[in-house]
Design a protein around this ligand. Structure first.
Ligand SMILES: [Ca+2]
Ligand SMILES: [Ca+2]
Ligand SMILES: [Ca+2]
Length: 461
């Protein structure tokens, strides 16, 4: 026993010197070790070993194993400890740092088990959101700015119980008083804009298919996660700005994007005091067989590029028919603006949806899950829908999530050079796809969205 005590006290002296040096060179919090002493040592013998001026406290974690938690007064290292005792049997079996244990970021939403594309259970073609959630779950960027996604669609049920907390609110506007209180050029735009009727009051017709569509899309991007209710979006928290504008003529779409553009410009100009920090638009609509490069469709590319210049990525759905949009044309999924990401539909076999999904080696960038996707629909319900319309918000949701996990350097770029930041997000998303055979040679990347890989990349940017 005496031999043990001498060894231990020598060890602690060495440790003290070593850790003082360490503390000078590198700040560490490793002041705790979990130590398993040899089974032959009795409680009082262990107590004697641990009676040392460099030990602040100790606790028998599992007495039957002689397993102790030892807290040192100064940072220490298990390596030094083991080195000192190497070859000295009968004292310490092992020592290891008291690693922080993180709660697995799996949300408690009861219907998550049916959300095959994000629940990490076992489906092929999952975008690995559960792993991305270890890095962040959405909401704000590293500078604390609220992240906003504009859902340009047929309206969104803003009172849906699994969406309502994540609906964007214009804090400077008083609703329904007929006055443009925040002087942004739009009267009563409390949650977004109704570009179909050109007013602040959003559509509420539960029986309108566009309204259901927009509610479903919004839920994929940002149904509230971990609230013990229904489903989870790719972002547990983010702000959804509904902009009704997916039906009618091109002028309606232009009016919708015009609102988005105005709010983002205002946000940048006012340094976050007014407007909205819109990072992406989701557009699950379009014009089949239209040539975006013809003069008949000039306005489309123009709008996407204008939005891109202020840091907005536009994620768009390609055709729901099995067509090569490079040859037949499609607006907007075959438009040329560098700020567009065109998306096709994949299924739980990690293949392109067999019953119809557009493609194009030049224009369709990637695939994302769009088959049997469970999300929110009006009347506080959920249901499964299929289409490129469901694939697209997976990518839009990923753009928003990437803003929440981006490095400090990336966040700075979003404000100093928003156009560059938008291009960077697109590049990272496209670079981090998982290649799948069904998309090889018929899409730009040949792959399907992987939000985890992209999140990792941008967190280190
Ligand atoms: Ca206003
Ligand atoms: Ca008002
Ligand atoms: Ca939920």
């Amino acid at each position: 026993m005496a031999k043990h005590l001498i060894l231990v006290s020598t060890f602690f002296s060495l440790l003290w010197v070593n850790s003082t040096l360490q503390a000078q060179t590198k700040q560490t919090n490793a002041q705790k070790l979990i130590i398993r002493f040899d089974a032959a040592l009795k409680t009082d013998q262990v107590a004697a070993l641990l009676r040392d001026e460099n030990i602040e406290t100790y606790e028998a974690l599992v007495p039957s194993l002689n397993l102790y938690l030892v807290t040192f007064k100064r940072p220490t290292s298990s390596k030094t400890f083991l080195k000192t005792f190497a070859g000295q049997s009968g004292i310490v079996k092992y020592a290891q740092p008291d690693h922080p244990v993180k709660l697995r970021q799996s949300p408690n939403d009861p219907e998550l088990k049916s959300q095959w594309s994000i629940n990490g259970i076992s489906s092929r073609g999952d975008i690995e959101a559960t792993k991305a959630w270890e890095l962040g779950t959405g909401g704000k960027d590293t500078a604390g700015n609220e992240i906003v996604v504009a859902v340009v669609d047929g309206g969104t049920d803003i009172s849906h119980k699994d969406l309502q907390k994540n609906i964007w609110v214009n804090k400077g506007e008083i609703p329904d008083n007929g006055i443009d209180d925040d002087k942004n050029g739009y009267i009563d735009d409390i949650n977004g804009w109704n570009a179909i009727d050109d007013k602040g009051t959003l559509p509420t017709d539960k029986h309108d298919s566009g309204y259901m569509h927009g509610t479903h899309v919004a839920g994929i991007i940002g149904a509230e996660g971990n609230n013990n209710l229904q489903v989870s979006g790719i972002n547990w928290n983010t702000k959804i700005m509904p902009v009704a504008g997916s039906s009618g003529e091109t002028s309606v779409v232009a009016r919708a994007y015009g609102y988005v553009l105005a709010q983002k410009k205002l946000w940048l100009e006012s340094h976050g005091k007014k407007g909205a920090n819109i990072v992406a638009t989701n557009s699950s609509f379009g014009v089949d067989n239209a040539d975006c490069s013809s003069p008949d469709y000039s306005v489309w590319n123009d709008l996407y590029t204008e939005m891109g210049n202020v840091g907005i990525v536009s994620v768009v759905a390609t055709s729901n028919s099995d067509v090569d949009v490079d040859s037949v044309g499609d607006v907007p999924s075959a438009c040329e603006s560098p700020y567009i990401i065109s998306v096709t539909n994949t299924d739980s076999n990690d293949d392109k949806y067999a019953e119809g999904a557009g493609y194009g080696a030049k224009h369709v960038h990637l695939g994302a899950p769009g088959t049997d996707i469970l999300s929110t629909v009006p009347d506080n319900k959920t249901r499964k829908l299929t289409g490129t319309s469901m694939a697209t918000p997976h990518v839009t949701g990923a753009v928003a999530l990437l803003h929440s996990v981006g490095s400090k350097r990336f966040t700075e770029m979003t404000q100093q050079n928003p156009a560059q930041a938008a291009k960077q997000i697109k590049e990272i998303l496209l670079k981090s796809v998982d290649p799948i055979s069904g998309l090889k040679d018929i899409t730009v990347t040949g792959g399907r969205l992987n939000v985890f890989k992209a999140s990792q990349e941008i967190s280190k940017y």
